[in-house]
Design a protein around this ligand. Structure first.
Ligand SMILES: [Zn+2]
Length: 314
């Protein structure tokens, strides 16, 4: 493993990265609508790319339906034979296990419900349960953000999160990114969220913000992503991350969709530094990520011991 010279943080933890936003561009060309070899290759190469960036623990998320060829896919894809969402998860688990071994990192995965396709959610949570022993550690909700009065998180979607909660499957929810702070509230109050993906707009509600600080809600912050998507102001000195860091909010730094956004975790750390975060605050965020991770007790213990060895106690 060779770390880039600009990169002083040699041991990284990443909690918010989309497998479908982390596919190497040359691989995208080879994929046509769900194919076992392609999906396996994406997941395996993902491990190699993480390892090269100095990531030693990662939770990667994806929606299995979008990588399958059994739903809403053109006929030519079906002609290659069925590749169901369940096949996708089994294939990704195999490839991540092999990739984790070959490239010396710990990889867990998160299955995403899509807000615009609530009819998929029951299957997602059942796949989480079936593959829980294969490193599928959590359920997520991705897609269109919450809109007050027009809640896209329909009943089946919330039901899936309740089922996840009942069966010890961890929960994280994309909320308050481009949408308002109410999405964060919704995630905490009705979806049993333990972590919030992005959540920048939480600062628009002082009451909710102070609740999140008090309850140590973990925010998966994606600095470069937040600016490219327009979720946060282009003027980086107005970024909510600055307040998060100064107020001692529990957050991690993540890439989100590294290939689409053309970033890597080292770059996100550099941007956080430009916003005024000290090296200590960045290292603290790496420890926060480890503590807020959905790793097994043993994985977490090892991860924290490794981090303490590299950075000292935080
Ligand atoms: Zn995301």
């Amino acid at each position: 493993m060779t770390a880039a010279p600009r990169d002083k943080f040699s041991y990284k933890v990443e909690l918010h990265i989309h497998l479908d936003g982390a596919i190497r561009s040359e691989t995208i060309l080879d994929i046509s609508n769900g194919d076992k070899d392609a999906v396996s290759r994406i997941a395996y190469e993902f491990c190699e790319d993480c390892s090269r960036s100095g990531i030693r623990y990662v939770e990667v998320r994806y929606n299995p339906h979008l990588l399958s060829n059994t739903l809403d896919k053109p006929d030519f894809a079906r002609e290659r034979g069925d590749f169901s969402p369940r096949d996708v998860v089994a294939t990704v688990c195999d490839a991540l296990e092999k990739g984790g071994r070959d490239f010396n990192l710990t990889v867990n995965s998160i299955l995403c419900c899509m807000t615009h396709r609530p009819e998929w959610s029951a299957e997602i949570v059942s796949l989480c349960r079936e593959f829980q022993h294969r490193g599928v550690v959590a359920i997520d909700s991705a897609g269109q953000d919450f809109e007050p009065g027009k809640d896209p998180l329909l009943c089946r979607h919330k039901k899936a999160f309740k089922e996840a909660y009942d069966h010890g499957i961890h929960r994280t929810v994309h909320a308050g990114e481009n949408g308002p702070y109410e999405g964060v509230q919704e995630a905490l109050d009705h979806m049993y969220a333990e972590r919030i993906g992005h959540g920048y707009h939480v600062t628009d509600s002082p009451a909710l913000y102070s609740r999140c600080k008090k309850e140590r809600v973990h925010f998966e912050i994606c600095p470069i992503s937040s600016i490219i998507t327009g979720a946060c102001p282009v003027d980086i000195m107005k970024h909510p991350l600055i307040g998060f860091a100064n107020d001692g909010v529990n957050f991690s730094l993540n890439t989100d969709d590294p290939i689409i956004l053309d970033n890597d975790l080292a770059g996100d750390y550099v941007l956080a530094g430009k916003m005024g975060l000290s090296d200590e605050q960045i290292i603290k965020s790496i420890f926060n990520a480890a503590r807020a991770s959905f790793a097994t007790e043993e994985q977490k213990k090892n991860l924290l011991a490794d981090l303490a060895e590299v950075y000292g106690d935080y």
